[in-house]
Design a protein around this ligand. Structure first.
Ligand SMILES: *Cc1c(COP(=O)(O)O)cnc(C)c1O
Length: 483
């Protein structure tokens, strides 16, 4: 992907790949989208894909593969033990990450499960720049406590800070002197971050945190699931990386860590995961758990075909022309939304565009789930499926009260190499229309509220008025008989 200058002087992102396999999409009329939203309890997780036009729910396991990945899948060596397919992946991981040991797992959360099982003891702490849902759940399940040490800029919705994922190193030092190094199970760096807008971590910050960890003998762990975007941001935003190529930046990062794990549903354009380990003893402890929870050591719960695809995908992750597609598209989308006054998280990060529902729907109370209302309204207005990342994604306290989220976001993930610029322009246009008509959007209330992970299965209904019907009527008035 490159930003190319057009004759009129504007710069537009131009794809450095062509599409050779397609999947037909449906765009239902707005009345049918309303029915689909109602049937899904206004929860975008519960929509059926046949009713979705542009699926921007997630980047997990839905990135487009290259022809080289698909070709590699045909030569997979389907053996339980000693598969040549696995050897190819291990050699590639060792080459890129530079760690001596590699263990396969079926997806990212499996790596988190095993690492927390081995490293987290009841009463210990796991400081991190910011949590991810599954990484926190596994620490807590093992009796540990997650402490988020994101710098204050990380939680400011609008900013031009280039590395909003950076950890507060002074806070980490203070924590270690307060609790003692032995009480810290490990320090986890998520590069880049997921829940706070795909914001990256600088190499400089990783270097500082690594030095603190080494001084105190604390394992330093990287969650590299979103590393492709983070590498692009280091290359383009960090002066010390400007003259390094992607591989060199990657190695400079990896050399700072004791453990690196990843979800290959994100990095590597496939479906799987892995853990790289430096220390022999830790490697042996983790290795014992692989056959118990994942599968034999030479597949770890992954299909051999996916392993072949990941091996090639990791190599492509070292190619700037491949990994810049996501961030450049996201940059385009965020800047275009900003230009139309639609409130978004800035600067643009990786993963997707993040709409700030708190400002978009500033007439709603946060207890009425503004991000959930906006996600449903956007689906009705456009057939675009985003994901609520706000109070609905939190869990009630034991006393039934509701913790309000730091941010009320609707995330529009851009799976890598999947959408075209005209599809992005369509989503931008419908968001613009929705913003002009935002007063029509009302709040939500639960009709079914599961106790755990309620955002996956919970069902909602409009609160107070039938505002979705009013939205559909306005859509017809403005767009005539267009879809
Ligand atoms: C997706 C993700 C995970 C979990 O990976 P899965 O493959 O979905 O289990 C962990 N950390 C981060 C940062 C992620 O984005």
């Amino acid at each position: 992907m490159s930003n190319v200058k057009f004759f009129g002087g504007e710069q537009y992102p131009v794809e450095m790949h062509k599409v050779r396999i397609i999947q037909k999409l449906n765009l239902l009329p707005v009345e049918e989208r309303l029915v689909a939203a109602q049937e899904a309890g206004h929860n975008t997780f519960l929509l059926e894909n046949k009713d979705v036009f542009l699926d921007m729910l997630t980047d997990s396991g839905v990135n487009a593969m290259s022809q080289d990945q698909q070709a590699a899948m045909f030569r997979a060596d389907d053996a339980y033990a000693g598969s040549a397919t696995f050897t190819r992946l291990r050699d590639k991981v060792v080459e890129i990450f530079g760690m001596p040991h590699f263990l396969p797992v079926h997806q990212g959360r499996a790596a988190e499960h095993l690492l927390s099982t081995v490293l987290v003891k009841p009463g210990t702490y796991v400081p991190m720049n910011y949590h991810f849902t599954t990484s926190k759940a596994h620490v807590v399940a093992n009796g540990g406590e997650v402490l988020e040490l994101i710098k204050p800029e990380g939680l400011q919705v609008t900013s031009e800070h280039p590395f909003k994922g950076d950890m507060d190193v002074a806070a980490l030092r203070a924590l270690i002197s307060d609790k003692g190094a032995d009480a810290i199970a490990f320090v986890r760096m998520e590069a880049g971050t997921n829940l706070i807008g795909g914001q990256p971590v600088s190499l400089a910050n990783m270097t500082e945190v690594s030095a603190v960890c080494r001084d105190h003998g604390i394992p330093f762990v990287m969650d590299a699931s979103l590393i492709a975007d983070n590498l692009y941001f280091c290359k383009t935003r960090e002066a010390s990386c400007a003259d390094l190529d992607v591989r060199e930046i990657m190695r400079a990062m990896c050399d700072l860590y004791d453990v690196i794990y990843f979800s290959a549903r994100k990095v590597g354009f496939g479906r799987g995961g892995g853990i790289c380990v430096r220390d022999d003893r830790l490697f042996h402890k983790l290795r014992e758990l692989i056959p118990l929870f994942e599968g034999f050591l030479t597949y770890g719960g992954m299909s051999v075909r996916e392993i072949e695809a990941i091996t090639v995908g990791l190599d492509e992750t070292m190619d700037l022309d491949m990994i810049n597609q996501g961030p450049i598209f996201i940059d385009y989308m965020v800047r275009e939304l900003e230009r139309r006054g639609v409130p978004v998280i800035t600067p643009p990060g990786g993963l997707g565009a993040h709409i700030d529902a708190m400002r978009f729907l500033d007439h709603l109370d946060q207890h009425d789930y503004p991000a959930a209302a906006l996600a449903s309204a956007l689906y009705i207005a456009s057939g675009v499926r985003g994901m609520e990342r706000g109070t609905m994604s939190e869990q009630r306290n034991a006393d039934g009260s509701e913790p309000l989220a730091h941010m009320e976001l609707v995330r529009l993930a851009l799976p890598r190499r999947v959408f075209t610029l005209s599809q992005l322009n369509y989503a931008i246009d419908r968001l613009d229309w929705l913003y002009q008509n935002r007063r029509l959007i009302g709040g939500m209330e639960f009709t079914e509220e599961p106790e755990i992970l309620r955002f996956f299965f919970g069902r909602l209904a409009p609160k107070g008025s039938d505002w979705p019907a009013a939205l559909v009527a306005q859509f017809r008035e403005d767009f005539g008989d267009s879809l």
